[in-house]
Structure formats: structure tokens, C-alpha cells
Design a protein around this ligand. Structure first.
Ligand SMILES: *Cc1c(COP(=O)(O)O)cnc(C)c1O
Length: 404
């Protein structure tokens, strides 16, 4: 995805033409970006050959999931909907892990009937339910225990999951208690210690702290886990000068850890695989001058992309046709939804902009379309993927009449 002769291209396709052809807004993915991300992630950690389970909640488009599966990744799911979807796409059960604080009895029963690799357990009550089902089926069910290590991931508080005030996981003492209680169980096999401390993590320190916390549990419990699941959370670069994770240092640390503890590592990346693979193409409807700023009212709203409204997330916005002329006043890019929080980027120094201009909101591949809604009774945007010069529609346009 780049400019060529001042036109923004997704692979070999001029983005401006896509809006002419399909209207707007459109989620548009690059096949190459996705494949590159997968290969890059694998290569970064190849010294210890982890099982990489893609976090399906970040993007569950069937075409995207098929590409991810073709490149050998497993799946991390958080509902029976996601589990059924990845099974139907042919993901192997022994490459699927199931996370989440509130799995219902029926969901557990289904997961157990499918013999998936691990159910990552987040409370003793959940484990008791699993035991009940396992006894009934006469099975031995493989589980992980999710540790809440009380570590601040140094990310947005709304996407932090590993502090003691967050609802996720079990604290260290409870993990030890559960190990003692269940380690000789006939129907439960505790195979894994899992942890996921949050999302959009851009510093190595929190991951290093996690390894220290896990080491403490290992030496305190003397329990041998076959797997250590380090979750996802690897951050990406949304705006210029974003801090970046140092994968090579992270990899070295985890390699040492896995050698010392003789365990297999699992990762559950979402954002780092799909985040930068898509742009949201949108058109300027109106420009409204207010005292010292311009409101740029675009046809994508918080129903299409809620991350800015929900998490104050910053997504860069770029013109599809680049010009050299500049406006130096403040620009507020806002959507058409009747909510004050329906706003995107606020920036100075955008090029001269006009009603009818086409723009791209960048890095919307993760937690984009999956969090979209019909709020204000608007249809969801369509999704397309570009491979070289081929365009493929990968979701159906919602017909307004159907949602009415
Ligand atoms: C959301 C989630 C992930 C993925 O997080 P990313 O930041 O997208 O990599 C992984 N594991 C669990 C348990 C999650 O809830």
C-alpha cells in the first residue's frame, strides 16, 4: 500500500477507482501485507518454533481466516461462534485454543466434544464445569490455567487485561491451589499456563515481567506444564513515531525461557497479523468551517470503525490523491453519526481538501469490521481484498431493506 504518481495504491489497484466502482465506505485488504505479516511473525520466533494461534476475534472474515490457515496458523477463539467458524473452515482441533472469562456450559460441552488443544480456564467454577462434562463423556480434557500476573501492559486502560483490577485470569495463589486440587484428576489434564496482559503493547518490559511472573509460579508449584501460552498483544505502528516492540530481543528472552523450562510456547496474536492489512476508504461529504478549524465530515462513521470512539485510538488518515498544496488550520475528521464521540483524527497540516475528495483511514484490519454495527440504521461496509491486480469481494453488502 503506497503512493505511485501521487495516487494511493493497494497492490496494483488505484484506491480512488475502488470508490468509483463500489461506493464508500469500503474495507479494503491487501493479500500481500497479510502474508508478509504471517511470515514475518513466524520468522521472528522461529528459534523456538511456537504454535501461533491467530486471535479470531480481531478479524473473522472467512477469506482472511483461510489465508491464515493456509500459512499454518492455528486459532484462538473466545466463543462457540468463533469455534464453529474455524472448525468449518478446516482449522485442526489440535491447533485451537479457547479463551474467555464467561464460557457457558453448552459452549464448554461443544468445545470438549471437538477435542480442541486447550480450554484456557479463567475461574475455578469454570474448571468444575469442565470436570463435570468430562466425567459425563468419560474423557480427559486438556486445559490451560490463565494467570492474571498483575502486570501493567502500559497500554490503553480499556485494553489492559493483566492487572489485578481486570476481570481476566486467576491470581498466582489460586493457580497453586487449583494445581494442588486438580493435578491428579482423572478427567482434567492441566497442560498449560496461559497469560494475556493486554493489547497494542509497544514495549518489551511488560513481556519480560510476564516471564518473571511465570517463572515464580513454576518454581513455587514445581508443576511441569507442557505449554506456556504467552497470549497476543503485540502492538503495531498506528501513527508516526509510535514506539515499537523489539521482536528480536523478545524472541531471545522467550527462547531462553523455553529452554530453561523445557516447554512449548503458544502465541495468540491478532492485531500484529491483521492490523495493518486494511484501509477504510471513505469520501468527504461536507466541509464545515468553524471559528478556527474545519470539520471534515466523511461517510465512514463510528458504526463502521468504533476504535477511536471506544478507545481513543488514533488512526492516520491520508488522501487517495496526493497534492502539494497545504492548509495549516486544524482539521477534525468526523463521521455522520449522531454522537459527539463519532470523530476520527484531529490534525493540522493536511493538504487542501474539498467536498467529494476520497480518503483512507489506515490500519483498520484488526478490531475494525468485527466491531462494526448497524447503529443509526446504517448498513455495514463491504470488504474487499486485493491480490496483485485482482479484486475480490469478501463480504456481502448488507441491503438497507433487509436491516430496515
Ligand atoms: C484479544 C486477545 C488476544 C489478541 O490480542 P491482540 O492484541 O490482537 O494480539 C489474544 N489472546 C486473548 C486471550 C485475547 O483475549
Amino acid at each position: 500500500m503506497n503512493y505511485k504518481n501521487n495516487n494511493f495504491y493497494i497492490e496494483k489497484i488505484k484506491a480512488d477507482n475502488l470508490i468509483k466502482k463500489y461506493g464508500s465506505p469500503i474495507y479494503c485488504y491487501s493479500n500481500k501485507r497479510l502474508v508478509d505479516n504471517i511470515i514475518n511473525f513466524k520468522n521472528s520466533f522461529k528459534s523456538f518454533n511456537p504454535l501461533i494461534c491467530f486471535s479470531v476475534k480481531s478479524n473473522y472474515n472467512s477469506t482472511i481466516l483461510r489465508i491464515i490457515k493456509q500459512h499454518g496458523l492455528g486459532a484462538d477463539v473466545v466463543s462457540d461462534g468463533e469455534l464453529k467458524k474455524v472448525l468449518s473452515l478446516g482449522f485442526k482441533p489440535n491447533r485451537i485454543v479457547y479463551s474467555g472469562v464467561g464460557k457457558k456450559f453448552e459452549e464448554l460441552k461443544f468445545a470438549i466434544s471437538k477435542n480442541i488443544l486447550l480450554i484456557n480456564v479463567e475461574s475455578e467454577s469454570e474448571l468444575k464445569n469442565i470436570k463435570k462434562i468430562a466425567e459425563k463423556f468419560g474423557k480427559k480434557v486438556s486445559v490451560g490455567l490463565r494467570l492474571n500476573p498483575n502486570i501493567d501492559a502500559k497500554t490503553n486502560t480499556k485494553i489492559s487485561t493483566g492487572r489485578i483490577q481486570d476481570k481476566f485470569g486467576l491470581n498466582g495463589n489460586d493457580i497453586i491451589k487449583i494445581l494442588n486440587k486438580f493435578k491428579n484428576s482423572r478427567n482434567i489434564k492441566i497442560k498449560c499456563l496461559s497469560v494475556h496482559i493486554g493489547s497494542q503493547i509497544t514495549q518489551n518490559k511488560p513481556y519480560n515481567n510476564v516471564l518473571v511472573a511465570i517463572n515464580k509460579i513454576l518454581s513455587k508449584s514445581k508443576y511441569k506444564f507442557e505449554y506456556i501460552d504467552l497470549g497476543g498483544g503485540m502492538g503495531i505502528s498506528y501513527v508516526k513515531n509510535n514506539k515499537k516492540l523489539d521482536y528480536s530481543k523478545l524472541s531471545k528472552n522467550i527462547y531462553k525461557f523455553s529452554k530453561k523450562n523445557n516447554c512449548k510456547i503458544i502465541f495468540e496474536p491478532g492485531r500484529s497479523i491483521v492490523g495493518n492489512t486494511a484501509v477504510l476508504l471513505t469520501k468527504v461529504i461536507y466541509i464545515k468551517n468553524s471559528s478556527n478549524k474545519k470539520f471534515i465530515i466523511i461517510d465512514a462513521g463510528m458504526n463502521d470503525l468504533i476504535r477511536p470512539a471506544l478507545y481513543n485510538a488514533a488512526h492516520d488518515i491520508i488522501p487517495l490523491i496526493k497534492k502539494t498544496s497545504k492548509n495549516s488550520c486544524s482539521h477534525d475528521f468526523v463521521g455522520p453519526i449522531c454522537e459527539t464521540s463519532d470523530r476520527f483524527l484531529k490534525t493540522k497540516n493536511f493538504q487542501k481538501i474539498y467536498e467529494g475528495d476520497n480518503l483512507a483511514i489506515k490500519d483498520v484490519g484488526a478490531y475494525g469490521i468485527v466491531l462494526s454495527s448497524n447503529y443509526n440504521l446504517r448498513p455495514r461496509p463491504i470488504e474487499i481484498i486485493i491480490k496483485n491486480s485482482k479484486i475480490k469481494k469478501i463480504s456481502k453488502k448488507q441491503r438497507l431493506n433487509d436491516i430496515i
